[in-house]
Write a protein that binds this ligand. Sequence first.
Ligand SMILES: *Cc1c(COP(=O)(O)O)cnc(C)c1O
Length: 389
Amino acid sequence: MRQVYLDYSATTPVKEEVLSAMLPYFTEKFGNPSSLYSQGLEAKAALDQARAQVAKLIHADPKEIYFTGCGSEADNWAVFGAAQALKDKGNHIITTRIEHHAMLHSCAFLEKNGYEVTYLDVQPDGLVDPAELEKAITDKTILISVMMVNNEVGTVEPIKELAAIAKKHGILFHTDAVQALANVPIDVKDLGVDLMSMSAHKIYGPKGVGALYMRKGLRIANYLHGGAQEMGRRAGTENLASIIGFGKAAELAEANMEKHISHCKELRDYLIERVTSEIPDTFVNGTMEHRHPGNANITFKYIEGESILLLLDYKGIAVSTGSACSSKSLEPSHVLTALGVPVEMIHGTVRFTVGDFTTKEDIDYVIESLKEIVAKLRALSPVNGEKGW
Ligand SMILES: *Cc1c(COP(=O)(O)O)cnc(C)c1O
C-alpha cells in the first residue's frame, strides 16, 4: 500500500546527510566536549561548528545559541528564566491564546505561583493585533511571548512589529519559532527579538534536541543547574550526536530554503485547491496571506475529523486533527476556538502538512481517498445538512 506522510508539522524524518553526520559521534568520536585531551577537543570543535550552523540559519552570533533538550525546554527556560530574573521588576506576562502547550502550561504554572498572565485573543484569520498587545502592557509587564508560526493553522505572526512594541516599553520579547525555523526566513537582529525557541526534529533533524537563542548581553535565570556546559547556562553533558545532527539540518535548511518553500507551497496550494473545489462544504482556517508554506488546515462540515483520520490511516495516509497533542482527547483545539471556529466545525477539522519528500502523486492519492471517505462518512452522518452548519 502507498504510504503518504502529511504530518510534517508533528515531526520530520531525519535526512540521510544528517544521519551520516551524526553516526560517528556515537562510536569512534564519542569524546566528552569538556575533556581536555584530543578526543574532548575534537568533540568541542564539532559542538562549536554545530552552534555556528544553527546561528547562521537565524543570522545570530554562535555565542547566542544555547542547546537544549527540545523545543519545549527552550520555551520553559525562556518563560521561567525571565520570570525568575525579573521578579523584582514585575509579575505580569503577556502571551496569546494560540501558543503551543509548552508555553501555555508554563504560563499556567506561573499563574499558580503569583504571576499574572494576559492571553491575547487573535483575529478570525489567526493573527495577533499589535494594538491589542500595546493595550495589554502594564508597568508590571516583564515578558511578552508570541509564537512566530502557529503549529495548527500555520499563521505567521507580525513578530517584527510586536517586538518593536515590546522594545519601546523596555520589555523582553520571546518568540517560539519551532514551526518557523527553515519555513520562513529568520533574521533575529532584524526582527528585534530577545529570546527565541527552536527544535531540530521539525527541520529534518533528530528528536530530543532544541535551542534557545538569547540576545548577546541578556541574562535570564538558568534552568538546569550543574556543570559549566553551554557557556555556564545549561548544565548536562551535551547530546553531541543530536546536536551535530541539528547543525547539519540547519545547514541544509539554509542552503535549500527557497527550494523547500516553493516546493511546499506548490503542493499545499494544489491540495487546498482540489479539496475545496472537489469536496463540497469544506473551508480553510487561518489567513492564506501570512502562512507556513506547508500548512493546510481544512474543515469538512458535518463529519468528525477523527473518523477521517482513521479512514485515511487505513489507506496509509498520516494526518492530524486539530493539534497533535489534543488529538487523543475530545477537547476542541484551543487554537481553532481562539479563531472563533464553532465547536462542531472544529471536530470536523484536519491538518495536512506537506514537506520535502511529498510528491504531486501523493496529493492525488490523498484527494481520491478523501473524496471517497468524506462521501461515505457524510452518507452515515445523522446531522448531514440538517443543522444548517
Ligand atoms: C513541536 C513544537 C514545540 C515543541 O518542540 P519539541 O522539540 O517537540 O519539544 C514547541 N512549539 C511549537 C510551535 C511546536 O510546533
